[in-house]
Every structure is written in C-alpha cells, then in structure tokens.
Ligand binder design. Structure first.
Ligand code: DGY
Length: 344
C-alpha cells in the first residue's frame, strides 16, 4: 500500500512531526526559516501531497487549492485561519481544520503579560537598569498605571473586545485585580455574560469610553478589520492601554501610532501587526508601547499540543473522516467533497 504524502509548509514541534511521520511520507519545506517557503514552493508542495499542513504565514487561496484536485484537506497549525480562503475551500469540497482551545489559557496569560508590562513599564525599567542608569531610587521614576484600585482606590475597568474562549479566559484572570469588566461581542450568547457576571456592551462605544485597559480577542474578518481606528481611539480615555493578541489588521496601525504619539491614548501592548512582520512607521520609536513577535501561544507545552492537534486533524483528512476540529464541517455534505474523496 502506498503511504500518504503530507506537505508541511514549515517545521512544527516534535509531537506533531512524530504523528505525521508515523502516518505517511512527510515533506517539510525548510527552504528559509526566516521568510518561509515562497508561493512557488507551496504550489509545488501541494501538487505532490495528499494533505497540506499549513502555518498562518502562508496564504492558502483558490490557486493553491487548485494545484491539486486530489488534496484531501488542509490542517492549519493555529487557531486563527484568516490566511486560508475557507469559502474557496468549501466550494472545492476541501475540509479545513485548526487547533482551537488548547491555546486559550496561554494566550490569555500573554494578554495579561502585555497588559501588566505596559501598565508598569517593565521593558522601560529593564532597559533603564541594564543601561546602568539606575543610580538612586526616585519618587518620580517610571510612574506607571494601577491595574488594581491602587492609590486612587478606584477599581479599574477592563474592556474585552471579542468574548469567546480567549476573551473569557482573560476575564477570569482579572478577578484578582478587583476590576470592572465590560465586554463586546455581538455573536456571544447572553448566557456567557450572565454566567461570568460581565456587563455586555451592545456596541463598541460604551467599552471604548469606560475602559482603562482594552484587550482584543476577535477573529479577523471584513467586519473586524480596522475595528480600532482614529474614531475609536478618539473615544478612549487618554490614559487607556490597548492590548492586541488577536490579529494585527484589527487595529489600524498607522492610526494607532498617531493616537499614541498625540496622547489620545496612554499605551499599547502588541503581539501582532497589521502587515506582519513589518510595523507601521514610527511604532518602534514610541516609548509607550510594548512589542512582541507574535508569541502569545508560545509555550513549549501549548505549541507541542497544537502540533499534535494539527497532525491528528491531518490524519483524519487523509482517512476521509470528519476532522476533530473542522472549521467548515458543512463541506462533508457537499458533492464536491464526495467527488474529491472518491477521486483520490
Ligand atoms: C493562532 O493560533 O492563531 C496564533 O496566532 C498562533 O498560535
């Protein structure tokens, strides 16, 4: 029996590699770990594969899918899948899977890491210290913002934009800081707000106006692209800190740089960028930002588990059974899918 062929666009942690190697002949595109495989290599890789394991760095569109009419599925190594044209996949009878759930806690931890680092100026303090500038304790040195009621005795408000798994995990971590929580998510049922005792914002505005900190946890789509832009920044408190661990294009990054420069808002903690890995002009020169290289889910355990989940999804695609984490399950009912699995 011929072994199935698996094409992985870039290397992933060992637990996933082991499953994939035990399943079939694995090709890992290792052309350039810094830039990832170029388009031609992805097309060639897909042409020679029965299943594609993709990373969020590679655009997977109709052209890639059409490179191989016998491809059985796309297993994305990430919870976010905005790099994949899922409608095009469904149209072509191609199941797409992702790795949800496992990274919710890890990502929520990191949103808090950025929030605390931004509020309490940790990178600034670190840079100051290692530059040997710490000569004497000072009452006015690196004055940050309270997260708990602190000196003012006033509870702070955390606004959560996008109240799914990760947004809720962020809320859970706020309880030790005695914060008020307000969340906006037009798609979450009332029950989750009631269960968590969280105020539901019917529109984004009340959240913008009330929050001392805003943490973003929405999916990227046409509705959420530039959800935060000039108008939204103008409605925020001038002391507010915005945290983004979702997808870069949710924030209009050029508008953010202006808002930060002009003191319309207080600070930003970012893990993702609009044109990643490029950053908007002026962003890296600001002293009220904390910037990270898209590492919110980057712990050894979580990235390992994401790898095994992606691999298990790939195995399901190869075995022509519903993948455990299929993002377009309606595909299994389509004629295009039936044709594809019969033809392979
Ligand atoms: C995801 O999974 O979508 C993150 O951005 C990377 O882990």
């Amino acid at each position: 029996m011929t072994r199935p062929r698996i094409y992985l666009t870039r290397n992933i942690p060992d637990p996933g590699i082991e499953i994939l190697r035990n399943t079939g002949d694995l090709t890992i595109d290792e052309m350039n770990e810094e830039t990832g495989p170029d388009r031609q290599r992805v097309l060639a890789g897909v042409r020679e594969a029965d299943v594609l394991v993709s990373l969020l760095t590679e655009p997977i569109d109709g052209e890639v899918m059409d490179a191989n009419p016998n491809l059985l599925g796309i297993a994305q190594y990430a919870v976010g899948f905005n790099n994949i044209d899922v409608d095009a996949a469904t149209e072509r009878g191609l199941p797409v899977s992702n790795t949800p759930g496992v990274l919710s806690d890890t990502t929520a931890d990191f949103a808090w890491t950025l929030l605390m680092a931004s509020a309490r100026m940790i990178p600034q303090g670190h840079n100051y210290t290692v530059a040997n500038r710490y000569k004497i304790w000072g009452p006015n040195l690196l004055l940050g913002a309270d997260i708990s009621p602190g000196g003012s005795g006033e509870p702070k408000t955390l606004g959560i934009a996008g109240y799914g798994r990760i947004g809720r995990a962020v809320r859970k971590r706020a309880s030790g800081f005695d914060m008020k929580i307000i969340a906006f998510d037009p798609y979450a049922p009332d029950s989750v707000f009631e269960e968590d005792g969280v105020e539901r914002a019917e529109t984004l505005d009340p959240l913008l106006e009330a929050s001392d900190f805003i943490s973003i946890h929405v999916l990227l789509n046409e509705e959420t692209r530039h959800l935060f832009s000039t108008e939204e920044f103008s409605k925020m408190k001038s002391s507010a800190i915005i945290i983004n661990t979702s997808r870069g294009p949710v924030i209009d990054e050029a508008a953010l740089v202006t808002a930060l420069k002009e003191g319309q808002i207080g600070g930003a903690g970012l893990d993702v960028y609009e044109n990643e890995p490029a950053m908007a002009e002026g962003l890296t020169e600001l002293d009220n930002v904390v910037l990270a290289p898209h590492i919110a889910s980057a712990t050894r355990d979580t990235r390992g588990k994401m790898a095994s989940m992606a691999a298990e999804n790939a195995v399901a695609h190869l075995e022509k059974r519903p993948a455990p984490n299929c993002v377009n399950p309606e595909v299994y009912e389509t004629e295009a899918y039936q044709k594809r699995v019969k033809g392979s």
